[in-house]
Design a protein around this ligand. Structure first.
Ligand SMILES: NC(=O)c1ccc[n+]([C@@H]2O[C@H](COP(=O)([O-])OP(=O)(O)OC[C@H]3O[C@@H](n4cnc5c(N)ncnc54)[C@H](O)[C@@H]3O)[C@@H](O)[C@H]2O)c1
Length: 358
């Protein structure tokens, strides 16, 4: 017998929820979109209509008091997440809260307490763990040993989309993904960290781990849309692995493993792979096109290439629903403790950050 779908609400129906969670839920038989909640009434209404939600509300308490709703995805701005997620746990809902999960350590503490006092699941949307590309990277490490020396680049056109965030906020808002992956892959905690920046949100970070591994991060919000966004390189005992933009993974020095794997881009609305795009070169062609649309035509291009890369969003939600149904208290998501650890690394970076440029 198949399990009944999890009755789920989405809180915060802004840009990200509309680009990923809401369309993805349509393709997940494991969930039913029982309600959407957004304080901006037209946004709540249009999300309910477009994504066939049971109902729309502007009041969180409607969700808290709705006994039919078992779980909620919280996709509001970073500083609003913890209070909403805490209230949901206290009202007996399972919670999938977007990264970073909280912006202050004390709020993580409150969240952990609320989870511990309930028998509910709480996970944080560090969903890159579920992407096919990073899963291939992890599989390579399982074969070749843990990484010794890592380089990672996350370079984005955040100046376009992060206008509501204060300068310097990206290290918590965005690099938290990287900090989570570094802990996951090294299996170790940060021992030392140095951060230099040439201007706000243009950081160079050097990290040493308790187990002796090292990582160098280039983290910038000042790139263009056609600049390749994300690269992860790791040297293992011998050889290593290179991941490019979730579309390509190469394993070097281990002939037993596939030398090059490519991963499809996915259109979250249709659920279909994007035809004629395979690997990094094709993806960069798409990014260049988006950049040209942006600079020549003005306005946001119809398709933002970042949201086409399979970063594990749908799989992460699927596993959240599965964990609710099979009662798994430790699914492979980032736990609140993992998110808190990632957030503490962001704090170390903020504290050590030395401005070199203007
Ligand atoms: N995991 C990822 O890869 C990823 C990617 C992008 C964004 N995000 C996360 O998603 C979150 C939302 O980002 P966004 O770009 O969609 O922001 P956004 O500002 O576009 O959307 C937020 C929405 O929340 C609504 N809102 C505000 N207060 C509310 C409240 N109290 N109750 C209900 N709704 C409320 C707003 O009206 C808005 O519609 C951020 O925290 C971000 O970190 C995650």
């Amino acid at each position: 017998m198949t399990n009944p779908p999890v009755q789920l609400a989405v809180i915060g129906c802004g840009n990200f929820a509309r680009s990923q969670h809401l369309p993805n839920l349509r393709h997940l038989p494991e969930a039913r979109l029982a309600a959407v909640c957004d304080t901006h009434a037209p946004t709540a209404q249009s999300a309910a209509q477009t994504f066939a939600a049971g109902y729309a509300t502007t009041e969180l308490r409607d969700i808290l008091n709705d006994d039919n709703i078992e779980a909620a995805v919280v996709a509001v701005r970073d500083d609003l997440q913890a209070d909403i997620a805490t209230a949901l746990l206290q009202s007996g809902k399972h919670v999938y809260v977007e990264k970073p999960g909280a912006t202050r350590d004390a709020d993580f503490q409150k969240l952990i307490q609320a989870r511990d006092q309930s028998d509910r699941l709480a996970v944080v949307g560090m969903q890159k763990r579920f992407s096919p590309a990073y899963r291939a990277v992890k599989a390579a490490f399982e074969h070749s040993g843990a990484p010794r020396n890592i380089f990672s680049r996350m370079a984005d056109d955040a100046w376009r989309w992060a206008k509501g965030y204060p300068p310097g906020a990206l290290i918590r808002h965005d690099a938290c993904h990287l900090f989570d992956l570094l802990r996951l892959f090294t299996g170790s905690e940060v021992k030392t960290l140095h951060c230099l920046d040439s201007r706000p949100d243009d950081d160079a970070i050097l990290i040493g781990f308790e187990n002796g591994a090292t990582a160098t991060l280039l983290h910038s919000g000042h790139a263009s849309m056609d600049f390749p966004k994300e690269r992860f390189e790791a040297i293992t005992d011998r050889g290593g692995v290179i991941m490019d933009d979730f579309v390509e993974v190469r394993v070097l020095g281990h002939p037993q493993l596939p030398a090059r794997q490519t991963f499809s881009l996915i259109d979250p609305r249709s659920g279909d792979p994007i035809p004629d795009v395979e690997g990094l070169d094709d993806f960069l062609r798409l990014r260049r096109q988006a950049w040209q649309d942006w600079t020549e035509k003005g306005g946001i291009p119809k398709v933002i290439p970042n949201f086409l890369r399979d970063q594990g969003w749908r799989e992460s939600l699927r596993e959240f629903c599965a964990a609710i149904r099979n009662g798994n208290p430790h699914p492979p998501h980032a736990s609140l403790e993992d998110a808190r650890a990632a957030s503490r690394i962001a704090t170390l970076a903020e504290e050590s950050r030395t401005r070199l440029g203007r």
